[in-house]
Ligand binder design. Sequence first.
Ligand code: GSH
Length: 204
Amino acid sequence: MKLYYTPGACSLSPHIVLREAGLPHDLEKVDLKTRKTETGADFVAVNDKGYVPVLQLDDGQRLTEGPAIVQYLADLRPSAKLLPPAGSIERARVQEWLNFITTELHKGFAPFFSADTPDDYKPVARQKLEGRIGYLDRQFADGRSYLTGASFTVADAYLFVVLGWGKHIGLDIARWPNVAAYAARVAQRPKVQEALRAEGLLAA
Ligand SMILES: N[C@@H](CCC(=O)N[C@@H](CS)C(=O)NCC(=O)O)C(=O)O
């Protein structure tokens, strides 16, 4: 399997999941500005949508959309317990979080990364995003270690990555102590550190 990724982008989520699941993989870095990969390949020919992540399977098929990729990966290695069994309410809870992260948080950050966003929309977008992070903070107030309880799941990999973008837009997550403690906890996981190092985001 090969993951097309850009350092620190949402592709870091499946990257963490690959390592947490112990799945052998290759990585190919993508420059989102030039749309070229590190081998000089045209990334748009890899994914016509033009964005990471892309998971290329050994038979050549390509899977896109982060939430779909992480569930696929977790199901390849059930023993890693990154996702409860299909059909269970626990599985639906993880999917509930994945959907929240992708629509309310990931895309909540998107206006700040786009040069086309009108300046007068930014305070509106920021207020909405801050409200969503406040909701997260209230959820973690019950002392849970991870989003759905005591176990790390694929949703935690995704949330950790998205929270890391706060620093790029002047949003200090220390304002939400439970969320900040959670992010620090995930950052300590050996496989998370391994992924960060492999993307050049943490000193070797
Ligand atoms: N719906 C996609 C969105 C992926 C996405 O937003 N990728 C960003 C990086 S975090 C990207 O590659 N953006 C470049 C672009 O859209 O041109 C998913 O959930 O995987």
